[in-house]
Design a protein around this ligand. Structure first.
Ligand code: SAH
Ligand code: SF4
Length: 388
């Protein structure tokens, strides 16, 4: 994007709603946690499993936000639930719609913190890009989120809540199993490093994949990591979704500069953990994300080193033209350079799509996310309801 790009968008501000209702949120509880809570509330042990399934279907298939509407539960049981639990989502502060249909939600969560969630419609799918932390502790030098310090990890409720909010806004409820959904895919590529919040991300994704939960296939969920090597095996074992690696460089020297966590877990260790990832096959390839930075990591020699490094790993290389942000110390590689790089990778037998930046006019593209409050402080136009 550029600050001068024309912006046609609809900016919607929805009135405030209380994010903390006091009662424990039923959203985001694991099956076991909810079952235990229901038993503690007097549900007979042998009914509890069935009640969890019923409640989950109301919340995650139908998007119900009021226990009174759970009509297959007896009246007193609904009352009991309403006395003990809430059904709470993050609050939408603003929703921006890009010229290309991309929607960016700024959400407020408990503590007044803000996170961003982005919906990207495409011909054959609708991808929701969700955040796992407020800010990020890592400081990748090309990433806007990396300039914001970590505030805290998101809870499972806040991670699942991003999916619920988007489905509310898109009116994407009550889909039959064979019916097209607007939110058909999830990528953990928003703010934060998901593998510094692995437990909560796992609990949320198990709800996303459960048939009585959001009911998305595990192959429609991709977790992107900058390379927290000791946690990668857990993703395969405990979450079992697809994996994307933010690779970005072909020597440790350059990767140390771009993705500083490389000083702790270097390229060799990272690739070893990829080779050990379970169920790798052509149908379940690892995505290597590679941001194209002019004169930094974009030479033919880089492309050749890249294919050599990943040889033997069923993989796809996602080339991401660098998305600029104010003050960024890099430039996007020229289109011809990206094309030449892609050709070398492609000739070596790897699919190498060049990611078309989406939602640039609303700063919704990869690596541009950062709490708007922080931007707004520096840019009074934001407060007036315009994009940054
Ligand atoms: N923390 C995780 C997930 C969030 S970042 C990770 O790093 O993988 C999602 C993707 O966007 C990563 O591949 C990241 O490297 C990339 N990205 C970050 N900033 C970018 C920018 N300015 N332009 C293009 N891609 C960027
Ligand atoms: Fe954090 Fe990912 Fe950005 Fe690196 S690229 S700073 S890990 S969000």
């Amino acid at each position: 994007m550029s600050a001068t790009a024309p912006i046609t968008q609809d900016l919607l501000t929805i009135p405030r709603r209380d994010t903390e209702e006091g009662l424990p949120n039923i959203v985001g509880l694991t099956r076991e946690q909810l079952r235990d809570a229901l038993i503690e509330a007097g549900t007979p042990q042998k009914q509890a499993k069935m009640r969890v399934g019923q409640i989950w279907q109301w919340i995650y298939h139908k998007g119900i936000q009021d226990f009174a509407l759970m009509t297959n539960l007896a009246r007193p049981y609904r009352d009991m639930l309403a006395e003990r639990f809430s059904i709470t989502r993050p609050e939408i502060v603003t929703r921006q719609v890009s010229e290309d249909g991309t929607r960016k939600y700024l959400l407020r969560i408990a503590g007044g913190h803000e996170i961003e969630t982005v919906y990207i419609p495409e011909a054959d799918r609708g991808t929701l890009c969700i955040s796992s932390q407020v800010g990020c502790t890592l400081t990748c030098s090309f990433c806007h989120t990396g300039t914001q310090r970590l505030v805290r990890n998101l809870t499972p409720a806040e991670i699942v809540g991003q999916i619920l909010v988007a489905r509310d806004d898109l009116e994407d409820w009550n889909r039959k199993p064979d019916e097209k959904r607007l939110v058909s895919n999830i990528v953990l590529m928003g703010m934060g490093e998901p593998l510094y919040n692995t437990d909560n991300v796992r609990d949320a994704m198990l709800i996303a994949m459960d048939g009585e939960g959001i009911a998305l296939s595990r192959r429609r969920i991709t977790l992107s990591t900058s390379g927290i090597v000791p946690e990668i095996a857990r993703v395969g074992e405990e979450i079992n979704c697809l994996l994307a690696i933010s690779f970005h460089a072909t020597t440790d020297e350059v990767r140390n500069r771009l993705v500083p966590i490389n000083k702790k877990y270097n390229i060799e260790e990272l690739l070893d953990s990829c080779r050990a990832y379970p169920r790798l096959s052509n149908a379940e390839r690892i995505t290597f994300e590679y941001v194209m930075l002019k004169d930094v990591n974009d030479t033919d020699a880089d492309a050749r080193r890249l294919v050599k490094l990943i040889s033997g790993i069923p993989a796809k290389i996602n080339l991401i033209p660098f998305n600029p942000w104010p003050g960024a110390p890099y430039e996007r590689s020229d289109p011809e350079r990206i094309e030449a790089f892609a050709n070398i990778v492609n000739k070596a037998g790897y699919s190498s799509p060049i990611r078309r930046p989406r939602g640039e006019d609303i700063m919704a593209a990869c690596g541009q996310l950062k709490s708007a409050t922080e931007r707004a402080r520096k840019n009074p136009r934001m407060q007036a309801g315009s994009a940054g």
